[in-house]
Design a protein around this ligand. Sequence first.
Ligand SMILES: [Zn+2]
Length: 334
Amino acid sequence: MTELNTLFQLFNNLSESEKKAFLRKVKGENPTTQSKSRTTCNCAYCKSLHIVKFGKSDKGEQRYLCKDCNKTFTAKTNTILYKSPYSEKVWRKYINCMMQGMSIRKSAKECGINADTAFKWRHKILDSLQSMHDEVKLDGVVEADETFFALSFKGNHKKSNFSLPRESHHRGKCTHTRGISSEQVCVPCAINLNGLSKSVITNLGKPTVKDLRKVFSRSIVESSVLVTDRNSAYNKIASEHNLQLVQIKSGKGSKGTFNIAKINSYHSILKMFIIYNFRGVATKYLNNYLIWNNIKNYSLGSVEDKEQIFADFVFTNRFSEKSHDVSKRVAVPV
Ligand SMILES: [Zn+2]
């Protein structure tokens, strides 16, 4: 009944024209579905749409010439498939393995690639999906709260130029049992009642308003209802972005029709995914695993639809960096 009450309450707050638009949407008229079609090809270098066909590449792929920057390219230039010795079919199979949450070893076997390649692909794919995740906008009723992960330098030891800033600890364990220390990575998370979610590493230790802004400023649509615990930093965020704030005392459960059950469950699933599935992940890769969790466990649509949408996005998204060495990223991306 709670969600129904929420809907009624939100519906009553709408203007007459918004109410009409809402009813049209409920009836299935003019549905807004995510486009499955590939974006039109634009210049791989300057993004101009002013391009012409320009013969074929050695592999028989269509080449294009940009009339603005005079460079030539194919649909694959600077995408994940560019210069890859493996076909799109193998990459697609790998994305399928990822959507099932398969381990590196298992997905490598499934796709006939080695484990090193499988690890690199995992992060290339997730890096590529970063820009899609950046664009996610949460509206309606949005529940938000921070969660924390122990700082982890897993995997960094092998790099000769890396020295641990402190003694290494067991995965998932916190060095301080009370309060929040600077050895904990803060991850503010938000999820709306439709199940769309967002989460990003912002800082070490307790977050300030400035830290929370990094996640919430651009990703919550104005006039949405923001439901949080009693952290006063959210007052500032809500007033800056014209959000209706509902704060619930921790342990209190609910306030009227609102509660923070969805964000609490989100945190549990995220912890399971990171700590039990992968036995903890290095902090430098954590943002990628956050995206993976959002895509696999939260974004809208059937598994097949999601797989299709993500694969199409990944295969057409062009990286701006020339080299893409996943292991060289900074240890603590805050
Ligand atoms: Zn160009």
